[in-house]
Write a protein that binds this ligand. Structure first.
Ligand SMILES: Cc1cc2nc3c(=O)[nH]c(=O)nc-3n(C[C@H](O)[C@H](O)[C@H](O)COP(=O)(O)OP(=O)(O)OC[C@H]3O[C@@H](n4cnc5c(N)ncnc54)[C@H](O)[C@@H]3O)c2cc1C
Length: 459
């Protein structure tokens, strides 16, 4: 990677950007402040923000940026929790929100062709109107872009049954540094010609090129769904019950868990319907046709017979009331401290209980409480630590805990990140072998020889 990126823009460079983007460019520090950070709350330095509305503009910009050796940080809606959009090396932020058209949704091909800035929830709604489902559904879907989902390989609540974003990307158009426009794949659901370079962009976190168009595979929208929230005396009992569900051959579309600390904060911040003997919760959803959902729901219920308490809902309105408890977790967590370090480690599904218990021990040994919840069906643990950044001792203990949790996740054969990505917060070298890491960096250099794309981020 080059360490000599341009650190300020000359009048001639600014003129180039104004000529190319006209109204879609900003240099005002007040405006740029927004683009200096993302949901990780880390802050970097933005030289300018540009908002292309055509692919031609992206090509011209990328040709110029490489020649001028200016760092380029692509940004969707900035909900990255790992600092994926933060310009840790001063550079130009390319907002994709001007490229926000749904180009086509085909009921015959079961595909959607979209520009990267399209809102995820808007695409989901448009597909559903036509009786189709775009399955990737990060909990943040109302606030994210499809391009951001693809660049992070977003997972979501339904991943246990439907997989993650990668499983639905069948076509990618992207612009490389130097301005070359590349197209991989297309509307055919199957394609094994050559290397799958299109899907290399999935999870690439803005390090290979700017994605300008995507083709996503769709599936028929399930007719019906049902959810059940079940309470147990401990996380051990809850996760033993989850094991029985999978062993019985049931495949829910979502399985979420919440540990004892989560229930404590939910109880302290609002009224809750479960008795105080309940210390841990599981949340299941099943979906399918009007005929199969009652049947699957009954099978699921039979496996959950040892629960202390349950709340069931069929159909969107009833289910929303149940899911509201899961949605409250992040906000309620701040009762434990005004600042947060979040983890989203993934471990093999069978290790989730041992991993959470180990994480809790590590937190306790540093005088911290661990908020653990997330996608139990995928072994994906949101392990959050709250602290007070104005207290140096609390900050030190929290950071130490966070590093120890990462190390423990790897000891379980897991990953530092199940879905949020490495961004600027994860030391991927801890997880990747030396040769594997070197190969990834070599691939990156093929796409971006001067290292202008999202430097300091990823791998
Ligand atoms: C409350 C909350 C809940 C969340 N829940 C989930 C969840 O359930 N599952 C999950 O996976 N994530 C979750 N996230 C994280 C985040 O929402 C996802 O990573 C999301 O996919 C990011 O989309 P975005 O449009 O905000 O992308 P951004 O944050 O803008 O960008 C993310 C990365 O993608 C790159 N990028 C964006 N667009 C392009 C493009 N067109 N070309 C090349 N690179 C690009 C950026 O450079 C950056 O590295 C959550 C975040 C929050 C705040």
């Amino acid at each position: 990677m080059s360490d000599t990126h341009t650190t300020s823009l000359s009048p001639a460079q600014k003129k180039f950007l104004v000529d190319l983007f006209v109204d879609g460019v900003a240099f005002d520090p007040e405006v740029l402040r927004v683009y200096a950070s993302d949901a990780s709350l880390k802050v970097g330095t933005v030289l300018a923000m540009v908002r292309p509305v055509t692919t031609d503009q992206v090509c011209a910009f990328m040709c110029w940026a490489e020649t001028e050796n200016i760092a380029v940080h692509t940004r969707g809606r900035g909900t990255s929790l790992s600092g994926g959009c933060v310009p840790t090396v001063p550079g130009i932020v390319v907002s994709t929100l001007g490229l926000d058209r749904i180009l086509h949704i085909s009921h015959e091909d079961f595909v959607a062709e979209v520009e990267p800035g399209v809102s995820t929830s808007k695409l989901q709604m448009e597909c559903e109107k036509l009786g189709m489902l775009c399955p990737p559904d990060p909990a943040s879907a109302k606030a994210t872009s499809v391009g951001g989902n693809v660049a992070t390989c977003a997972g979501g609540l339904r991943a246990v049954k439907y997989g993650v974003t990668r499983d639905y990307v069948i076509g990618v158009e992207a612009v490389l540094p130097g301005g070359k426009l590349l197209r991989f794949g297309g509307r055919a659901h199957k394609d094994v010609i050559g290397l799958d370079l299109g899907r290399l962009f999935v999870g690439s976190e803005g390090s290979l090129g700017i994605i300008t168009k995507l083709t996503l595979k769709l599936i028929p929208k399930p007719e019906a769904s049902a959810s059940v929230l079940v309470g147990y005396p401990s996380l051990d009992a809850a996760l033993a019950s989850m094991g029985k569900v999978f062993a019985a051959g049931i495949l829910p579309c979502a399985v979420e868990f919440m540990n004892e600390t989560v229930l404590e904060i939910l109880t302290k911040t609002d009224s809750v319907p479960w008795p105080d003997t309940v210390k841990s919760l599981l949340l299941f959803q099943v979906d399918g046709s009007n005929d199969t959902v009652p049947f699957e729901n009954a099978r699921l219920s039979r496996q959950l017979h040892d629960a202390l308490w349950r709340m069931e809902g069929v159909g969107k309105d009833e289910e929303d009331k149940i899911w509201a408890y899961r949605r409250r977790v992040s906000a309620a967590s701040y009762i434990l401290g005004p600042d947060r370090i979040g983890g989203d480690m993934a471990v093999p599904r069978g290790s989730i209980l041992r991993a959470v218990r180990r994480f809790e021990e590590i937190a306790a040994s540093n005088g911290k409480r661990l908020i653990a919840f997330g996608h139990a069906g995928d072994g994906n643990i949101h392990a959050n630590l709250h602290y007070d950044a104005s207290d140096p001792d609390d900050t030190r203990r929290t950071e130490k805990t966070h590093h120890e949790l990462d190390a423990a996740a790897l000891e379980f054969g897991g990953s530092l990140s199940g879905e949020h990505g490495a961004g600027c917060l994860k030391d991927v070298g801890k997880q990747l072998g030396k040769d594997e890491h070197a190969l990834m960096r070599a691939v990156r250099r093929v796409f971006d020889p001067r290292g202008i794309l999202n430097p300091g981020k990823g791998y």
